[in-house]
Design a protein around this ligand. Sequence first.
Ligand code: ADP
Ligand code: ZN
Length: 814
Amino acid sequence: MCRMTIAKVAIDAALDRLFDYAVPSRWQEQAVPGARVRVPFGRREATGYIVELVAGQGGEVGGREAGKAEVAQDAAAGSSATPPELPGLESVAREPAARQFLLKEISAVEGEQAFILPPLLKLAQWLAHYYAAPLERCLQTLLPAPVRGKARVRERLFVEAVQGGARSAAKQTKSGAAKEGDVADAAALTARQQELLADIRRVGGGWLQALCAEFSCSPATLHKLAALGVVTIAPKAQRRDPLAKRRILPTQPLELNREQAAALAALKAAAASVTAAPLTADSSPVASRQAAAAPVPLLLYGVTGSGKTEVYLQAIAHMLERGFGAIVLVPEIALTPQTVQRFAGRFGTQIAVLHSALSDGERFDEWQRIRRGEARVVVGPRSAVFAPVERLGLIVVDEEHEPSYKQDEAPRYHARDVAVMRGHIEGALVVLGSATPALESWHNVERGKYRLARLTERAAVASMPSVQVVDMRIEQSRSGHVQLFSQALLDAIKLRLERGEQTMLFLNRRGYATSLLCPSCGFVATCEACAVAYTYHRVDDCLRCHLCGGWQRPAATCPACHDPKFKYAGFGTQRIEAVVATCFPQARIGRMDADATSRKLSHDEILGAFRSGRTDILIGTQMIAKGHDFPNVSVVGILSADQLLGLSDFRAGERAFQLMTQAAGRAGRGDIQGRVMIQSYNMDDYAIRHAAEQDFAGFYAQEKRFRKAMGYPPYGSVACLTLSAPLEEDASTACRRLASALRARLEENGDFAGIDLMAPARAPMYRIKDRYRWRLILKGPAQDLINQMIMPVLDHFPFGRVAVALDYDPYQLL
Ligand code: ADP
Ligand code: ZN
């Protein structure tokens, strides 16, 4: 038996365990932790990642390492039915006592550099543990699909003039090697060829295709020049640049106001402890040496328009000077060309953008640029928290309260929490920015886990908008029926139209009507597959399910009682658009919601038209509520604050408060005083009251009491287990059995006394895409404790054909 290196490999198939492979001497160098490898796996080859290297002996047996359940593999039920194999091992002796195994060898290591940096490997292990998800799934999460998949470097032919002029040029062979003596004479070139050669010299060479277009020649002409030995033509990697078509205007740092300067100073002070601690490849548990030195995260609480972005920009510049890279996370919907321009304008080619709207090739190239260290500042949505930035010094999470930071498939991580953990592992500073911090973050400030910096005033204008709540009960009693617009709001819009100012109207529901309802028998048109009411869309006259996307044509009469008075109830953005068009025939109206943006006009075009004043009124869902900066908007109308409160989850109040505050933040960004009007039937609700007063502290104090009393985050953790199956019977039976198993464990172990197990129940959306869904909810003092209590049960529970998903502190309890 000989000494050897054993690689513990996570394989790309959902088996949730590590397999041992021997590292052959020819791969010794490249086989580092984080490397992507090809390995024999059963009868086929598989791809995997080296998680750890251990010194071993030829006779060692690989065992289960990453003890996680295969929960969260909510892919089609049945995938877990794959029989467990030990493909890395082969039995060579039969006697049980002296059973010996011969380790199979890694067949190849892919790529020149490890795909996964050591700290990210640690981060993946933490993800697997904390969110109870299979390790290989977490490793996949680190890498964008094109990097994992088939995307490759794009090669194009590049033309370069040979040095030293036609006379002394040596003839180039195809491979680029020069052959002596076979030199083309300048005289041997035609006048046209000499002219072309001069042009190519002047522009310093270029892509074959581009040169042909620029100098109106054919590829054959250029190849002729190559044959004459005056230019070389060779394939070269061509970057697919997502910003190539944009004009990026360089910007200079602004002079900071007093508050901004103080915030930047606090940030720099916090970053002082960021040092280039050499990270070794050891993948010991998360608590690392660096942890002790990691800077305390900083919450930058600044009102809308207070100039947080300028503070980030200068903080990033500071870190770049010190030789560190940075990651900036922004919510997906705020990742607009304007946002990218703000960063690219300051940092030019050092910026890499990661965005789901990029082509596979662009994403591949951007990732490679980051990995090679060519781009040091990464801007992207939640998944950019995994960008392979080496010597990472700063992570900014802008609008940290945004629900879009939560991933809704396994691992169901929250990018803010991942950012904080990554900062902890790498010793980088984490800055969370918001005008309406999440309760969780504020709580962490209060208990000293985060530091606080504040911006209380707008940077570019003097005043905050005035906010008024309009009591819709009074409006209704005055007119005798349900009103969509109060008189006050109509008057305000009219006045702005006369003055040439702009208005934004906000309603967080797309479509035309929220349902198609029969007034005689109460029948509601419902999606068969999802058991939720259809939304009526007038543009294309159809009923659409907002859960599964299914649609059908509306019937002329009620399908149940054949009453022809079948009618639309409730309002969506399309209906608002129609009403506004009737009230203000002269107004130019834009609408932005998920339907509008998936149609002919893009996001950018709708916003561009509004920004440049080609539309007067912009109607939209939460898509228009944040991030955008329109100087000419002087009225923001929130049409139904009540509808924001109607969401059935524990964050409804917080979300309503945040949305109202963010939407209000759109008003009066230029030099005109802004006005915000919130229409509501619930004048007494504290979220609405505090939003009207722009009183975060007041709201926070009250919301805190509610969360504490209920044991909701940040005072506890909620685990949500969703079991689904094509037959409701299967889902409900499994759910009840799982509940009994969990209850038994709760009762026999005193450590778990603080955990509450709710009764199994149908999920609020009990059928989605023809799968029935049952729900088990647990509340406990901490996520780790709930994990400890449920994982041993889940690991051994016979789910059969039932798919199970585990979500901690969910953002939607559908
Ligand atoms: P926030 O992200 O806090 O909502 P922004 O960063 O969008 O605020 O800033 C709002 C506006 O104020 C922007 O137009 C920005 O250019 C401007 N601004 C920020 N800082 C300054 C400054 N120090 N001086 C002048 N204008 C500023
Ligand atoms: Zn549906």
